[in-house]
Design a protein around this ligand. Structure first.
Ligand code: CUA
Length: 186
C-alpha cells in the first residue's frame, strides 16, 4: 500500500500494446497445438494405451497376482517368480516399494489382458524401449490389452517418484517366440 496516492489512479486502463497482444495470440495458438497434439498422440503414438480403470482393494489385487504367479511360474530370478501365463489370459503386475512383481514372460503375437496396480504409493509403469507409460494409483486397477509384436527382453522402470528407492524400481518383461515358449520351462 502506498502512503501517497498514485498520480494516475487508472494506471491499468490502457490500450493493450501490440507486442503484448501478439504474444497472447502466439501463446493461445501454441496451447491449441499442444492440446491437439496430445489428442493425436494418444490415438497414434501407441505410448499411452487406452485403459479402463476399476476400484480394487490392494490386498485383493495382490491376491489375484499371487494366484497367477503360483499357477504359471516357470522359474525364479533374484527371488522374483518369472511367470508364463497362457496366451489370451489375464496377467497381473504389481508396482510396490520398490519393485515390480512378478516378472512376466509373454509370447510374441499373442494378446494379453493386462491388469496393473500399485500397492501403497503412486508408481509409473514405463515399458522400455517401446515407451508405453501408464500411471498407477493404489486402490485402482488399470486394465488394457497388449499384443507384443517383438520378442526379446524389455525393461520396466518406474517413472513416477515414489520415495528414496524409486531409482531401484526396475524390472524386465520377456517376450519369447511361440515355438521356444515351452522350452523355457524348467
Ligand atoms: Cu515406483 Cu518410482
Amino acid at each position: 500500500m502506498a502512503i501517497t496516492s498514485p498520480d494516475n489512479r487508472l494506471w491499468w486502463k490502457e490500450p493493450i500494446h501490440r507486442i503484448e497482444l501478439a504474444w497472447i495470440i502466439i501463446a493461445f495458438l501454441w496451447g491449441l497445438v499442444m492440446f491437439f497434439t496430445m489428442t493425436f498422440w494418444h490415438a497414434f503414438g501407441q505410448q499411452n494405451l487406452s485403459n479402463t480403470t476399476y476400484k480394487v482393494m490392494p490386498q485383493a489385487f495382490a491376491a489375484k497376482a499371487e494366484r497367477m504367479a503360483e499357477q504359471y511360474k516357470v522359474r525364479e530370478e533374484l527371488g522374483i517368480p518369472v511367470v508364463h501365463p497362457p496366451p489370451g489370459s489375464d496377467v497381473y503386475l504389481i508396482g510396490r516399494i520398490w519393485m515390480w512383481w512378478p516378472i512376466l514372460e509373454l509370447e510374441k503375437g499373442q494378446s494379453y489382458r493386462f491388469h496393473l496396480s500399485a500397492m501403497e504409493y503412486s508408481h509409473g509403469f514405463s515399458l522400455q524401449p517401446v515407451n508405453i507409460n501408464i500411471q498407477l494409483q493404489p486402490g485402482y486397477e488399470h486394465v488394457f490389452t497388449m499384443t507384443p509384436t517383438d520378442s526379446g527382453e524389455f525393461g520396466i522402470i518406474c517413472n513416477e517418484y515414489c520415495g528414496f528407492g524409486h531409482h531401484t524400481m526396475a524390472s524386465r518383461l520377456y517376450v519369447v517366440e511361440k515355438s521356444t515358449a515351452r522350452s523355457t520351462q524348467e
